[in-house]
Design a protein around this ligand. Structure first.
Ligand code: SAM
Ligand code: SF4
Length: 412
């Protein structure tokens, strides 16, 4: 792209200029001024909450019915990244207490009235699908502890009629077997189940709770549904966070598990969040994981062709295995350049980066009466400020030493 880009001066929401940068030729041209989406007096109920944001007149046009090019929507940031994947956290509560996610003393839960209601979740999801989101993943906390989970999934499933292509969930699997049929009937087509050990006692050590057999049953059931080819569930994955001194000795066992289980096991590099006592001695990199696996399975083969453009995971497979292996290398080989993900927390804030501290409360604006066009403008204002990588914190030590929510309050 060198030579094809244009040096432009950007302005942030404060109106102050920020560092000039060279944008790729195909990137949307950022606007220089705050757009009129209507005079401030036209929305007196919410005027005090809405701060001036960079221009997103295209949103207003699109919501008013006229077509805008993809590059000009509020879901495109200043680096040209179009965000068509939304992760919605449904709750801060959980029935496990994983060491890497929660501080030992637990987290102070936000008051119930600060959580998004079912209707608010559906409204936000609907708005994002209107703006171009094609994939939604539900997470938490543990999404399945939300009493209305089946209704939420069914409501989101209806968005498939207007452009949603994938409706997934990340769950610890504890209660999944019981709820799976209703969730799949409601439109859930992909599920990621977390499992960090194949040894029951170690599962309890990591999660500080019992439940190994229930998680294994959920994995078996999900795998069967996918294998049946006609259940509606098309994808089942296992997520395994690797920590030194805890489960790095089981990596090769998990790879062996994929020989006779048609499941994709993804090893996730341990990430720092508030309260999880991360330090780099507990961190095991992608390179080290591969070294360990090759000592037992030198035949493990890279499947580069299986990686899709926005995939966070690098695919590998044992020859002849039913399942696959993947690596989520957020720390050692970040994939921020192709990031297409946005997050909404259970209390209704949009987070444009897992590691960023900046948030905008959609909930407060919705409750103050904001229209969809106004919410879209807020989304665009947040997206345009997304940093190039790692929330602008400069690598894993920068992330570790900066403030963020605990993972359970973000939604992984
Ligand atoms: N409760 C659900 C679960 O455990 O799958 C969903 C929420 S959990 C926060 C989402 C994902 O984030 C899980 O796969 C979990 O293993 C992962 N995760 C949590 N803390 C992490 C950390 N510090 N580093 C890497 N992955 C983490
Ligand atoms: Fe709960 Fe998931 Fe966090 Fe474990 S990783 S404590 S299951 S939210």
């Amino acid at each position: 792209m060198s030579g094809a880009g244009a040096a432009v001066k950007l302005a942030d929401s404060s109106g102050l200029p920020v560092e000039p940068r060279t944008l790729p030729a195909n990137a949307p041209k950022p606007a220089q001024t705050t757009p009129p989406i209507g005079p401030a007096t036209a929305v007196p109920r919410i005027a005090p909450l809405i701060r001036p944001e960079p221009a997103h007149a295209a949103v207003v046009e699109r919501l008013a019915g006229s077509e805008s090019p993809r590059s000009a929507t509020p879901l495109t940031d200043r680096f040209g990244r179009f965000h068509d994947y939304l992760r919605i956290s449904l709750t801060e509560k959980c029935n496990l207490r994983c060491k890497y996610c929660m501080p030992p003393e637990g987290v102070a839960l936000s008051p119930k009235n600060e959580m998004l209601t079912t209707q608010e979740i559906l409204r936000i999801a609907n708005l994002f699908v209107d703006l171009g989101v094609t994939k939604i993943r539900l997470t938490g906390g543990e999404p399945l502890v939300r009493p209305d989970i089946v209704d939420v999934v069914a409501g989101l499933g209806e968005l498939k009629a207007k452009g949603l292509e994938t409706l997934g969930m990340t769950t610890n699997g504890i209660t999944l077997s019981k709820q799976m049929d209703a969730l799949v009937a409601g439109g859930m087509d992909a599920v990621n189940i977390s499992l960090d050990s194949l040894v029951p006692a170690k599962f309890e050590l990591i999660t500080r709770r019992k439940g190994f057999d229930r998680v294994m049953s959920a994995i078996e059931k999900a795998t069967e549904l996918v294998g049946s080819g006609n259940s509606g569930l098309v994808n089942a994955k296992v997520n395994c966070v690797v920590m030194r001194g805890i489960n790095e000795d089981e990596i090769a066992d998990f790879v062996g598990f994929t020989k006779d289980h048609a499941v994709n096991v993804r090893f996730i590099e341990y990430m720092p969040f508030d309260g999880n006592r991360w330090n780099d001695t507990k961190f095991v990199s992608y390179a080290e994981m591969l070294d360990r696996i090759r000592q037992r399975f030198p035949e493990l083969t890279r499947l580069s062709h299986a990686d899709k453009p926005n995939d966070t995971s690098k695919a590998w497979q044992l020859p002849g295995a039913l399942g696959r292996v993947g690596f989520i290398t957020s720390m050692s080989e970040h994939f921020c350049g192709t990031c297409n993900r946005l997050r909404v927390t259970a209390d209704g804030s949009i987070k444009v980066c897992l590691f960023g501290s900046e948030e905008v409360s959609l909930r407060d604006h919705m409750r103050a009466g904001a229209s969809d066009a106004e919410l879209a403008q807020l989304v665009g204002g947040a997206v345009v400020k997304k940093h190039a990588k790692h929330g602008g914190k400069g690598g894993m030590h920068g992330i570790a030493s900066s403030e963020n929510r605990p993972m359970i309050k973000i939604g992984g």
